[in-house]
Write a protein that binds this ligand. Structure first.
Ligand SMILES: Nc1nc2c(ncn2[C@@H]2O[C@H](COP(=O)(O)OP(=O)(O)O)[C@@H](O)[C@H]2O)c(=O)[nH]1
Ligand SMILES: [Mg+2]
Length: 250
């Protein structure tokens, strides 16, 4: 068979199940570290429950994704995960799902691995959200998840430090109320309210325009230019205020 015939015959098998997200649907990607429990605690020994170096690698990975050729209007990271909200009119790769999933997982894995100096992999999935409210709910969900994770993780590692086994520490906090967990920390000298907001609420990213002042050597004068830059928000609002904040990107 000639190359052209082979190409025509076999290309079909690659593309016949290609799915494109229809227009007028919001797309949100969630990119999550694969096996990061082991990576962060057994292989690399990051501080627990939170490590600023790990956080900064995640921040750099988000910035890399925001510059990777898609039209991303808002990004959020907590723990080992990243959520990306695409422009409503996003048309990159004709909205082909396999392209979004593979390119984003690949770009995140490559960037994080270079920062870490070791192999680290991310997966990716896309939520297809029909209404603005669903997008608001999605980001509220991840924001609340960050809060819950932070409380549980601080309790867990405090108990471990006090000599409890992994099993016993999990059992002590399992099914307990927020008030119980706050009290558990407080009794041992940690006020949950005073912990850094990025741990409890995650970190947000969006584009902002900044005035850049340069120098024109020919005209010998200052020139002002608008430049797009990524704003990193380490103190995100919570609750209904976070809903209103997300609304501004829709
Ligand atoms: N030590 C440490 N671990 C972290 C940090 N941020 C996230 N992790 C861990 O990353 C893992 C993420 O959870 P999950 O995605 O459910 O687990 P996975 O399936 O093993 O990737 C959890 O075990 C977190 O404790 C950090 O700053 N320090
Ligand atoms: Mg993970």
């Amino acid at each position: 068979m000639k190359f052209d015939e082979l190409d025509k015959k076999l290309r079909i098998y690659e593309t016949s199940h290609d799915f494109c997200v229809p227009p007028n649907i919001y797309m949100v990607a969630r990119i999550d570290g694969r096996g990061f429990t082991r990576l962060t605690k057994e292989v690399h020994n990051f501080n627990r429950p939170f490590d600023e170096r790990f956080r900064d690698y995640m921040i750099e990975t988000v910035k890399h994704l925001m510059k990777s050729g898609f039209n991303i209007v808002y990004a959020f990271t907590e723990s080992d995960e990243i959520s990306l909200l695409f422009d409503f009119h996003e048309d990159t790769f004709s909205r082909k799902l396999r392209k979004f999933n593979s390119v984003l997982a690949g770009e995140a894995s490559a960037k994080f691995s270079v920062l870490l100096g070791d192999v680290a992999a991310f997966d990716c999935r896309i939520s297809q959200l029909p209404r603005k409210q669903d997008v608001i709910d999605y980001f509220r969900w991840r924001n609340e998840d960050a809060h819950r994770n932070a409380l549980n993780a601080h309790c867990y590692w405090l108990l471990r430090e006090k000599g409890e086994s992994a099993m016993a520490a999990s059992k002590i906090i399992e099914g307990k109320s927020t008030a119980f967990k706050n009290e558990l920390l407080f009794e041992r000298g940690i006020n949950f309210n005073d912990l850094p907001k990025w741990q409890k609420r995650g970190i947000g990213f969006y584009w902002s325009e900044i005035d850049k002042i340069g120098w024109n050597p020919i005209k010998q004068e200052e020139v002002r230019a608008k430049r797009r830059d990524i704003h990193i928000e380490l103190e995100l609002p919570m609750g209904d205020q976070y809903n209103s904040f997300i609304q501004t990107f829709l």
